[in-house]
Design a protein. Structure first.
Length: 192
């Protein structure tokens, strides 16, 4: 029996486009997002279970093209939007409109499969160069954005699964981001 997690999904409109957004509260899922003065974007998962959830969210967005919204609880943390910009070319202004309108639309419950293992065979065929500049990251005190390509999502899924099963604790994604992006660090706090 495969495990899954129940999530909230909202279908809304932005101009003439229909948008499906997965909404999760950072406090409820023990994943915190913090901006460090616009230079570093930290995504902290409490432990391996939360890291597998993060990997599952990346995989869900990669396959469904849903917008993922990790909502902060207080001003210490940062709201995070995750999406594929080639399929959904959102601007910061679009994301602010979506964020402010989400509570006015009907919420549906939806199940996504929860990843729980890491296949080490991926590293045998790993070609680092193909993942270069696959992430566009923007970060600010109130809102952060990860705009990823399909290859970028693939890399994030495998990296998070690796962080959940290994004792490496954290991973830096500088080389996978565009030159104008702040540094992205994903950490498994219990193993860091």
């Amino acid at each position: 029996m495969s495990r899954s997690v129940l999530i909230k999904r909202v279908t809304s409109r932005l101009s003439s486009k229909v948008i499906t957004t997965v909404i999760l509260k950072q406090n409820d899922i023990n994943i915190k997002v913090r901006d460090e003065l616009g230079h570093i974007l930290l995504i902290d998962a409490a432990d391996s279970g939360e890291m597998f959830l993060l990997a599952s969210l990346f995989q869900h967005s990669m396959r469904s093209h849903d917008l993922i919204y990790l909502e902060r609880k207080d001003t210490v943390d940062t709201d995070l939007f995750i999406f594929n910009g080639a399929i959904n070319p959102f601007t910061q202004k679009d994301l602010k409109k979506i964020r402010s309108s989400l509570r006015f639309f009907r919420t549906d419950n939806y199940r996504i499969p929860l990843l729980s293992t890491h296949d080490e065979k991926i590293w045998e065929a790993w070609e680092h160069w193909k993942y270069d500049e696959q992430l566009r990251i923007k970060s600010g005190k109130d809102m952060a954005i990860i705009n990823s390509s399909q290859l970028g999502f693939e890399m994030l899924v495998h990296s998070c699964c690796y962080l959940a099963t290994s004792y490496s604790g954290h991973s830096h994604f500088d080389w996978n981001s565009t030159n104008s992006s702040p540094e992205l660090i994903i950490r498994n706090i219990a193993r860091n």
